[in-house]
Write a protein that binds this ligand. Structure first.
Ligand code: ASP
Length: 610
């Protein structure tokens, strides 16, 4: 088909703008053909741009040429229409459409470009695979929903910049091609041509740079920044993702919390959600005991309690101390098969002992009664404040066979906690307790400084190794590392971690002690972060900050369950860019220039994955 030129025609209105008040006006509207209905003497084109749809009418008696061209136009052709806005006859008004009271009668129709038949209709009610959507992302992006999400993201970015700037934070870019940073994931590496055999690492976060900016006197810094982590993909992670990265000098935790909370208020106002401040604080230990998670969903009122059974009872059922009990209000009606499934889930989650009790007005019913009698179960029911009609779920870990009265060490308590967290969510899902449209923020604080790495048989920093221990725990750093608390915090929303940070170590002596405890020799530390350790020696102010998981926040605001929905060009769960077909092989010459050789690889094509 012969294409027309746009020439110097200027769009007068967007498609979604036309209203009754425009009737009688000449307009020039442009966009894509969303739909064509050919009634012979009358052709209707729905013309779409990012603002909406307008109906164009082509009548031969107004313009034979426009009518002829409309006959040839197909879905996704790019057209421009010069014509007049007219009121629709009352019976043809479309109340579903914001422009439904008017239409544009075409005097001139320009076909500016043709389009192949798209592999899926550009429609919000989409029934195609994600793989196809990602392969043809440019078509997917035309859909109203993607337009909405990316524009929401833009509005959120503006709010971030405005808010943080107003609080004296300065946006400063930090390098993408740098050295390994301390977040503990695998690095993406970029080979250097000029220094063969050497590599830049893409930053896992700007952590060290933002700390150095504090040393450099910037006082308050932020950046909306891409971070790169080469992790084994979990369904809802991206190899490159965006953080709102924040750091301030001379920080008081409450001041930082206030600034971030105000930001949440502003962000959620964009979706008309009112965030009530101050946000609640929850200590890590309490989070693990009650909710079995350091990112608990607080949108429903189910909380575990650690309980104990009399020694005799524990001997009879071979379960280690402590056990955990959860009161599920009103669920004494749970069926056998529901309880079996719950038990199955508990076992998969790592708790190998499961039981339950149903509380009635006169008794407790439980398979345990015939083994340990009803007294101990009544005691558990009392401990969790159960009332008639409630179900009590009990979880535990079996005693090691040699230890009939075992008390769980910390690691195993955590294992039980984590299983209890899974079971709690499972119960909430089964009983439909997680209500859409509720927003439960919580700061999780008082994290342990160290976790114990069973494989390596040593302590490891639970956040990153630049996180400060609590001042009052400094004296027991070496003597009792497991009990040391960190000045770290996470921000959690509806069971997702949306941010994390800490007050940092600003003293060389403390930094050295931490490296020591996590088994990082001076030599190794110098090799990895020598530049940073040097910087610490030149007058480092106390400082601290946070990084917000920006993709996740926008995803939650957009009401989506996957971060790929709020990223223009995401990678699949297995790290592939299906549109660009990346990662890809490169020319042998390029490798040679870089001094690289690739060992023979099994042929693996780029795929969508999980
Ligand atoms: N850099 C840290 C992270 O990416 C956040 C922080 O401590 O500010 O998790």
């Amino acid at each position: 088909m012969k294409l027309d030129l746009l020439g110097n025609r200027q769009r007068t209105h967007y498609c979604g703008e036309l209203r009754k008040a425009h009737a009688g006006q000449p307009v020039f509207v442009c966009g894509w053909v969303a739909r064509r209905r050919d009634l012979g003497n009358l052709i209707f084109l729905d013309l779409r741009d990012h603002t909406g749809v307008t109906q164009v009418v082509c009548r031969p008696e107004v313009s034979g040429e426009a009518h002829d061209k409309a006959e040839e136009a197909r879905a996704e052709y790019v057209i421009g229409v010069e014509g007049e806005v007219v009121l629709r006859a009352p019976e043809t008004v479309n109340p579903q459409l914001s422009t439904g009271e008017v239409e544009v009668v075409a005097r001139t129709l320009l076909v500016l470009n043709e389009a192949k038949t798209p592999p899926f209709p550009i429609d919000d009610d989409l029934r195609t695979t994600e793989e196809t959507r990602l392969r043809y992302r440019y078509l997917d992006l035309r859909r109203g929903r993607m337009q909405h999400h990316l524009r929401l993201r833009h509005a959120a970015s503006l709010a971030v910049r405005e808010h943080l700037s107003a609080h004296g934070f300065v946006e400063i870019e930090t390098p993408f091609m740098t050295r390994s940073t301390p977040e503990g994931a695998r690095d993406y590496l970029v080979p250097s041509r000029i220094y063969p055999g050497r590599f830049y690492a893409l930053p896992q976060s700007p952590q060290l740079f933002k700390q150095i900016l504090m040393i450099g006197g910037f006082d308050r810094y932020f950046q909306i920044v891409r971070c790169f982590r080469d992790e084994d993909f979990r369904a809802d992670r991206q190899a490159e993702f965006t953080q709102v990265d924040v750091e301030m000098a001379f920080p008081q935790r409450e001041v930082l919390f206030g600034i971030i909370e105000e930001l949440m208020v502003k962000l959620f106002a964009l979706i008309e959600v009112k965030v009530e401040r101050p946000l609640p604080l929850l200590a890590y230990d309490a989070a693990m005991e009650k909710y079995g998670s350091d990112k608990p969903h607080l949108g429903f009122d189910l909380a575990w309690k650690r309980v104990s059974l009399p020694e005799r009872a524990r001997e009879q059922i071979h379960v280690a101390e402590p056990l955990k009990a959860l009161r599920v209000p009103g669920w004494a009606t749970a069926s056998r098969s529901q309880l079996d499934k719950l038990q199955e889930h508990a076992k998969q989650s790592g708790a190998d002992w499961f039981s339950y009790a149903k509380v009635t007005a006169s008794e407790v019913q439980s398979p345990l009664v015939k083994i340990i009698g009803d007294e101990p179960i009544r005691a558990v029911a009392g401990a969790v404040n159960a009332v008639p009609g409630d179900l009590i779920v009990m979880l535990g870990l079996k005693s090691a066979s040699s230890a009939r009265l075992e008390t769980l060490p910390l690691q195993r308590v955590r294992q039980l906690d984590e299983a209890s967290g899974e079971v709690r969510l499972d119960v909430a899902r089964k009983l439909d307790l997680i209500k859409p449209g509720t927003w439960n923020f919580v700061w999780v604080v008082d994290f342990p400084m160290f976790g114990y790495d069973e494989k390596e048989k040593r302590f490891d920093a639970m956040h990153h190794p630049f996180t400060s221990p609590c001042d009052e725990d400094l004296q027991k750093l070496e003597s009792d590392p497991a009990s040391v608390k960190a000045r770290a915090y996470d921000l959690v929303l509806n069971g997702s971690e949306i941010g994390g940070g800490s007050i940092r170590i600003h003293r060389q002596d403390v930094q050295k002690r931490i490296f020591n405890i996590i088994g990082l020799t001076e030599e190794k530390a110098r090799e990895r972060f020598g530049f940073f350790l040097d910087a610490l020696e030149y007058g480092t102010p106390p400082h601290g900050g946070i990084a917000l998981g920006y993709d996740r926040i926008v995803q939650l605001m957009a009401g989506e369950s996957n971060i790929r929905e709020v990223i223009a060009f995401p990678k699949t769960a297995s790290g592939a860019d299906l549109m660009c077909d990346a990662p890809s092989t490169v020319e042998a010459g390029q490798l040679e220039e870089l001094g690289l050789r690739i060992a023979p690889q099994p042929n693996k094509s780029v795929e969508c994955g999980g």
